[in-house]
Design a protein around this ligand. Structure first.
Ligand SMILES: [Fe+2]
Length: 269
């Protein structure tokens, strides 16, 4: 898990994870002292410069901070112009009723990429900051995993199933992580669970599955902080190279020339 650009072979599939764009309804509006539209576009420019053959871009939620129709419309229009297949799952700040899902709720969408399958879950619960994957969705997930035993699996949800050892943040984690783990436990072909929400990079290995989080495209949270705290490091994104043999490599990139000025008066999220 280095931060250099990974060498790509012809058989690799390349996916980019972006997360927590927190877009406002107006493109010039600020969120906690930075313009999330600007930092999101700077991230996308960096992706375009570094990676030429991207199979898809996956957004793991909190697409909107101001969850209005115009926010989602502007995002979709931008991504369509970007010209790479893209998918998104909702976060706690999103409006479930406006969110551009890829399959009718609560059925998880499944993306096919050679021998790989990426399963998109919704862990956002209307009106709540913490997460929950509803039972009906877990039943669908179990059935899917039984059908896909001969494939390599990636799963995406917004909320962190594991503690970040950060008291304020962990009260907002995926509350039924044990139920999710009980569904995943019998399968040995699940390679990773990708999530957002925590605005920082992290890795947890459980039962042969990597649980991976990725920096937000806007403000970052300070790792291991017991109280709410911003981290003045640059926004970023993640690249994953999926191999034909079921292995994968991943790295995080952060913007080189993006100065983050944080509004210190903000004391909560
Ligand atoms: Fe977020």
């Amino acid at each position: 898990m280095q931060s250099e650009i990974l060498p790509q072979t012809d058989k690799d599939r390349v996916i980019i994870q972006i997360t927590d764009t927190h877009l406002m309804d107006k493109p010039d509006a600020e969120f906690v002292g930075i313009n999330p539209e600007e930092s999101f576009h700077a991230v996308m420019d960096d992706i375009q410069q570094r990676y030429k053959n991207i199979d898809l871009i996956l957004h793991t939620g909190d697409l909107a901070q101001a969850a209005f129709p115009e926010t989602y419309a502007r995002y979709l229009e931008y991504m369509q112009r970007f010209g790479v297949d893209f998918y998104q799952i909702p976060g706690n700040h999103d409006n479930i009723n406006l969110f551009p899902f890829h399959s009718p709720e609560p059925i998880p969408a499944v993306i096919e990429l050679d021998q790989w399958r990426i399963i998109l879950l919704n862990s956002a619960v209307g009106g709540r900051t913490d997460g929950n994957i509803q039972t009906e969705q877990l039943v669908h997930l179990k059935r899917l995993l039984e059908q896909l035993r001969d494939k390599f699996i990636l799963i995406a949800c917004h909320h962190n199933p594991f503690d970040m050892h950060s008291k304020w943040l962990d009260q907002h984690k995926l509350k039924n992580a044990d139920e999710l783990k009980a569904v995943l436990e019998p399968f040995d072909n699940i390679k990773a669970v990708l999530h957002g929400h925590v605005h920082q990079e992290s890795y947890n290995l459980w039962n042969g599955i990597q649980f991976i989080s990725t920096p937000a495209t806007c403000v970052q949270f300070k790792p291991l902080s017991q109280e709410f705290s911003f981290d003045p490091i640059a926004p970023g994104y993640r690249c994953l190279h999926l191999k034909a043999n079921g292995e994968f490599e991943t790295s995080v990139h952060r913007l080189d020339h993006f100065k983050v000025t944080i509004n210190e008066e903000i004391s909560g999220y």
